[in-house]
Every structure is written in C-alpha cells, then in structure tokens.
Design a protein around this ligand. Structure first.
Ligand SMILES: Cc1cc2nc3c(=O)[nH]c(=O)nc-3n(C[C@H](O)[C@H](O)[C@H](O)COP(=O)(O)OP(=O)(O)OC[C@H]3O[C@@H](n4cnc5c(N)ncnc54)[C@H](O)[C@@H]3O)c2cc1C
Length: 400
C-alpha cells in the first residue's frame, strides 16, 4: 500500500493487486489489534533493533524514517500517540484506522485497487537484459506492466494472505532466496515442567541462551511459560537470534530469577529467609522468593527434600539452590512454526537488490519491499517501519 501510494504520488498509473477480499489483513492483527505502526526512536536506535541486514536498510530508512512515517499518517488525519519504549499507535487504539488511512491515501492518489486478485506469475522479456513484461493472474488474465513491486509479505500467519508467493516469484525469476525461519515466536523446550506453569508470566528476569559455551542471546524483561515451553516478549526477541542455530542442535536457556542480586546477596537473602523460620519445611519457606505456582518446580529442580526443615539444609545445598535461582536451566529444542511467528526471517537475498531503489539487480522493473526481503527486526514497530520505508523507496524510485 505504501509502495503504491508513493509511486502514484509521483505521477505513475498504479494498480494494486490484493488476493484477499480486503486490504491490510495482517495490519489488522498487529499490536494486538492496536497496530504499533512505528517506533519514535532515532535511526541509531532503530538499527540496533534490526536483526538481519540492517545496512541494507540505510537508504530506505534515512529516506523515510519514523518521524516521516508519523507525519505521513498525521497529515492523512490519523492521530497518533507514543507509548512506553517509543512505540507509536493510533490514538484510537484501532488498527483498522491505520488501514482506513492507507485506503484513503490510495484513493487520493488514484491507485486502482483490485481485491480478490491473485498474482500467479511475473513474466519477463529480453535475454541479455531481462525486464518486466506482465503479471499473470490466477484467472489466467494478463496485466501489462513496466514495473512490478512485489510486497507480498513473508510466510507467517498465512491466513492473512502472506503465503510466500513473492519468494516463489523471486526464485522463478532467477533471484536467490535465503532460507526462511520463523522469528519473534515462542520456543519449545525438552523439559515438560513449563507446562505445569502454563500462563505464568515472570517480570524482570534475565534470560541467557548458549550454544555450547558461546552465549548467543542475553536479555532482560518479561517471559511466559506455555504448554510446550516458553514465550513472552523476552523469548520472542530471543527466537530471532537463535532460530537458525536451534535447527542444528539444542541450546541451553537459563533464567535468572533474581537478576538484581549477585550470588552473595542472594545467598544472604536465603540465609535470612531460612533463619527467620528455621522450623518451616523447605517447600513452605519460599513464598517470598517466587510466585507460588513456581515453588514445586523449584523444589523439584533443587534436589532438596521438599519436606526437610530449612534449618537442616546444608550450606552447600543452599549455595546450589542460589545457583539454580540464578540459572534455571531449560533445553530449547525448536522454535514454534510459521503459524505462530510474528515475522519471517530470511527471504529475497538483499545482495540481489539495489538498496538505493529496491530494484532487483538482475531484472529491470522488478522491485521488492517489506517482509518478503531478507530483513527482520525486533518487536516495537520496527517491522512495519521497514515495510513503510522499503515500500516508500520502491514506489518513489520508479522511473519514467
Ligand atoms: C500477530 C502479528 C502482530 C504483529 N504486530 C506488529 C506490530 O505491532 N508492529 C510491527 O511493526 N509489526 C508487527 N507485525 C509484523 C508486520 O505486520 C509485518 O512485518 C508487515 O505487515 C509486513 O508488511 P508487508 O507489506 O511486507 O506484508 P503483509 O502485511 O503480509 O502484506 C502482504 C500482502 O500481499 C498479499 N499477497 C500475497 N501474495 C499475493 C499474491 N500472489 N497476489 C496478490 N496478493 C498477494 C497478501 O494477501 C497480503 O495482504 C506483526 C505480525 C503479526 C503476524
């Protein structure tokens, strides 16, 4: 939509082909229905949140940055608000207002929007220098075009229409596509105990993930236990860094339940707890340390007899328990599938795309924008910003 608007605004005749019965089905479900449409941070901060191929995005991002995206929507009449972590939402808290705004802008720019229209194939002409000739629709109908901008999304949440067609188009036209992985998704663990804590959310914890001895992720925030493993904001971020590795081998995830305390401080805390109630059974002495649902799991993992009096716990056992609290171990065996992934990492190889225009180097008139490209970012409005920026650059780079 942004590509179509930008392209039409510089005077081109633009047709937007959408296979669904309406526009923006994925936008509708973004930000839990509120659409976190960008992040009002500076560009340096922005690139720190891009996981894959940030350098490729320099031109597009500098050309249409978060403040310009906000100005675009506000000029179209959409009031915005900025929340914690610079996350920008429509003031109405309705993602549908973002879609309506884009629809209005498409109309104002005279874009010919055709719904229920599925592209089956992009056809090129020329041998030495390939260039776009036409698109073939699923009905068999041909549509002549000098330029095609592919903005078909990734492979996640296919019910919204992002079924990976653009990746196929790219391959068919001789472009390379890097392997796709689910990203910003839950993680499955070998251990089954997370199931007993399903729904329990832990705030202010640290999570570290290691591949053998090498640390591959480290973060602080909120996580959640699920029936198959772990999820929540911290884990979603972690998944973007470990999705490739975990396909090769299991990874060790450790949760630091008391990141604000070092080992010594934590040991003192345990001593205090235990000395205050020396006759209490171990399983009954942990109420101030963890959420009650978590106590049986921690007792089990500690190897200390649940019913022994805390006064009978040896110094060694106590120290081992403190170490457990600082690093509750879980084995990550896989990520959730594309159906649960907020985004797809991998896609059209950015080496094949001119970063100053978004045009494919091998095929004249063929442009790519958005999640179909091999670039992805963390949560916070960064992925939509990538879609706006690359779409805007592609649309406004179309020559006469
Ligand atoms: C649950 C969820 C929540 C999210 N929340 C946020 C958020 O709050 N903030 C954020 O920044 N990002 C969020 N994202 C990510 C963000 O929505 C995507 O990165 C973004 O929508 C990608 O835009 P796109 O235009 O590249 O692709 P899409 O939005 O997927 O759009 C692609 C469109 O192309 C159409 N299409 C595909 N193939 C064809 C074909 N062959 N013919 C015709 N039409 C076709 C599809 O029907 C679809 O409408 C979220 C994603 C999910 C799944």
């Amino acid at each position: 939509m942004m590509a179509a608007i930008s392209c039409a605004q510089i005077g081109h005749s633009v047709v937007l082909l959408e296979q669904n019965e309406k526009l923006g089905k994925k936008i509708f479900i973004t930000g839990k229905g509120r659409c976190n449409l960008t992040n009002a941070c500076d560009t340096e901060q922005f690139f720190r949140n891009v996981v894959t191929n940030p350098k490729f995005l320099y031109s597009s991002l500098y050309g249409f940055d978060p403040s310009q995206v906000m100005a675009f929507f506000e000029e179209q009449g959409l009031k915005l608000k900025t929340e914690r972590g610079n996350r920008v939402f429509p003031q109405s808290d309705h993602s549908s207002d973002v879609i309506k705004t884009l629809e209005r802008a498409l109309k104002d720019a005279y874009v010919d929007v055709r719904l229920h229209t599925k592209v089956a194939k992009i056809v090129t002409k020329g041998n030495e220098e390939k260039r776009v000739s036409h698109v073939q629709l699923s009905t068999g109908e041909k549509l002549e075009a000098d330029v095609v901008i592919v903005a078909t999304g990734g492979k996640s949440y296919t019910s919204t229409g992002s079924t990976g067609d653009g990746l196929r188009f790219a391959k068919e036209l001789g472009l390379s596509v890097t392997e796709c992985y689910p990203a910003l998704c839950p993680l499955h663990t070998k251990e089954t105990w997370p199931k007993s804590l399903m729904g329990l959310s832990l705030k202010n914890v640290s999570v570290t993930i290691k591949d053998g001895k090498k640390q591959v992720y480290d973060g602080f925030g909120e996580m959640l236990f699920t029936h198959f493993g772990v999820s929540g904001p911290l884990i979603l971020s972690a998944s973007s860094y470990v999705n490739r590795l975990v396909k090769e081998r299991p990874l060790l995830l450790t949760i630091d339940l008391k990141p604000a305390l070092d080992m010594e401080q934590l040991d003192h805390r345990l001593i205090r707890e235990f000395e205050e109630n020396p006759k209490k059974q171990f399983k009954n002495a942990l109420g101030s340390l963890f959420p009650s649902k978590m106590i049986p799991v921690m007792v089990d993992l500690s190897g200390i007899d649940a019913e022994c009096k805390v006064s009978a716990i040896s110094k060694e056992e106590r120290k081992r328990f403190a170490s457990l609290i600082k690093a509750v171990p879980l084995t990550v065996v896989k990520t959730a599938g594309f159906e649960e992934a907020i985004i797809t990492s991998g896609g059209v190889n950015v080496k094949e795309i001119n970063p100053s225009t978004m045009e494919a180097k091998k095929v004249k008139g063929l442009y790519f924008a958005g999640e179909v490209l091999d670039t992805d970012a963390l949560t916070g409005g960064f992925n939509l910003q990538i879609a706006w920026s690359t779409g805007h650059l592609a649309g406004s780079s179309v020559e006469w």
